[in-house]
Write a protein that binds this ligand. Structure first.
Ligand SMILES: C[S@@+](CC[C@H](N)C(=O)[O-])C[C@H]1O[C@@H](n2cnc3c(N)ncnc32)[C@H](O)[C@@H]1O
Length: 223
């Protein structure tokens, strides 16, 4: 093995561990409802999920779920096949603890969306939901891995909801640099097999009172 390969792979491992520690520490240090991305108004996601008109047993994968209350809400609405993923075990533990017994109905997957090992063996899903995760992937290879996973996992006629900082949005989130999008950029990444059904900009108000500009998008996989 040449030196370049050795140094490259050890940097990768450090980068991944750093990010895992970053997110574990964010969820350890701060109460969930005080996190900068905490939502008590899930309306934009719920509006798009409603538009998908899913059966109660549809499989819904919430990627980078963190400790979002969207999982609680989906269970409350009667969805029986909810999957919660995150890089941070601490985040998912907080969510699991909050849900109590109801959490037994959720499939929990700690995995890195940019180097997936467990997610790749999931059965195909009806809905991919991402709020505030994709924009952390600044590297083109990471982005390609993410979008390849979407393309592989979503069933034909299945749906993709991506909510990410828009082009007017902040350049950092949780102290990390972000890559911002509009709906056309997301369409380019997903390719022609995905049809854009709806897109809107949305200003999210953080617990601190500051706002963050998002674009919400709903796509359907057409073949
Ligand atoms: C800003 S938070 C958003 C959390 C949640 N989606 C929400 O709306 O409350 C970003 C989340 O992405 C997770 N995350 C970051 N990088 C990830 C990766 N490579 N794979 C999976 N999850 C990741 C973090 O641990 C964190 O929970």
């Amino acid at each position: 093995m040449n030196k370049e390969n050795i140094s490259c792979s050890s940097e990768d491992i450090n980068h991944e561990q750093d990010l895992k520690s970053h997110w574990n520490s964010a969820y350890t240090k701060t109460e969930v409802h005080k996190l900068g991305w905490y939502e008590d108004n899930l309306e934009p996601s719920l509006r798009l999920i409603k538009k998908c008109n899913l059966n109660p047993d549809a499989s819904i994968l919430n990627v980078g779920a963190g400790a979002t209350t969207l999982v609680d809400e989906l269970l409350k609405q009667g969805y029986t096949n909810v999957i919660a993923n995150d890089l941070s075990q601490v985040a998912l533990n907080k969510l699991k603890t909050r849900l109590g017994d109801k959490g037994d109905a959720v499939q929990w997957i700690v995995d890195d969306l940019t180097k997936p090992t467990a997610l790749v063996s999931l059965n195909k899903i009806d809905l991919w939901h991402d709020r505030a995760v994709l924009h952390f992937f600044n590297d083109t290879n990471e982005q390609n891995t993410y979008f390849n996973l979407v393309k592989t996992l979503v069933k034909d006629n299945g749906f993709v909801i991506i909510a990410t900082f828009n082009l007017e949005g902040a350049t950092k989130c949780s102290g990390l640099p972000v890559h911002r999008y509009n709906q056309h950029m997301l369409q380019d990444k997903l390719g022609d097999n995905f049809e854009l059904l709806q897109a809107f900009n949305y200003n999210y108000t953080m617990p601190s009172g500051d706002t963050r500009a998002y674009v919400y998008t709903l796509f359907r996989k057409i073949k």
